[in-house]
Design a protein around this ligand. Sequence first.
Ligand code: ADP
Length: 308
Amino acid sequence: MPSPSRGEPPALTLRGVVKSYGALRAVDGLDLDVPPGIVLGLLGPNGAGKSTTMRMLTAQTRADDGEITILGHSVPRESKRARALMGVVPQHDNLDEELTTAENLLVFAHLYRVPKAERAEAVERALRIAHLEDRRDTRADKLSGGMRRRLLIARGLVHRPRLVLLDEPTVGLDPQVRQELWSLVASLRDEGVTVLMSTHYIEEAERLSDEVALMAKGRVVRHGVPADLIAEYAGKTVEEFPAGADGHEELERRAQAAGLPTRRTGAALAVMRAEEITEALRGELGRGDVRPSNLEDVFVSLTGERVE
Ligand code: ADP
């Protein structure tokens, strides 16, 4: 894995970005920097404002306030130039059903102004990346769900973008297809492409992202390397205690008084940084089930909200 290019200007910058729908602030003062050459996961529950953010980046919708800069270009003022350097993979499949795999790619090579003499090679390259060489002449409506999704990604890569936006790339896909797409995203990063991926799947964000921005209610509440965020907030292990006769309140109060963050997990109370539980506190809490901590623990402890 190449190391992210620290010190270079960010591939993408958002400052104080706001988008309202009537009284609802879907995006509410969003600040975000995406360093070049990394996969950044924008993680949040449904309704957090991820898609709205993506739509502003692609100039499908206009921010009410704030600044957006993509690869040095201010959006929406210079969105045409930004767009030429950027690959966009939409959440909803909008392939042309009547065209073959290769024809779908060729149309986009044309739209993205790949010079005519280079288009055939650009299509071949995209087919290779998406492992669709042997489906080049298959009509889109005859492709499996996983192939279609790979083609959607390949289509966004046909002009060799330096930045790729993936909006919920694996939503609704079965686990095997998700794995295929994950390796596709990892290989993009290995080629030095910057990837901004929105997702509401914790596992996806944790596995694929060099950095993750946790989003809730239209803002980024925390941004960092997943392992660092987990170590900082949730430690190595989490211990889950079943509810006592008085519910969780007493357990929760004691753990928090000892400086350990807690979260509710179904009927149980989860105590984070369980490896720091002292003998004295152990006497008060009893013993629960220990498991490794994860990004979900961080998210819930910061926002009180759950993601998938
Ligand atoms: P996410 O992608 O994180 O699920 P969205 O950006 O889709 O979140 O939505 C953020 C909030 O904005 C939600 O409350 C959603 O209902 C609202 N919203 C999004 N798009 C529109 C729209 N076109 N009109 C009105 N409300 C919208």
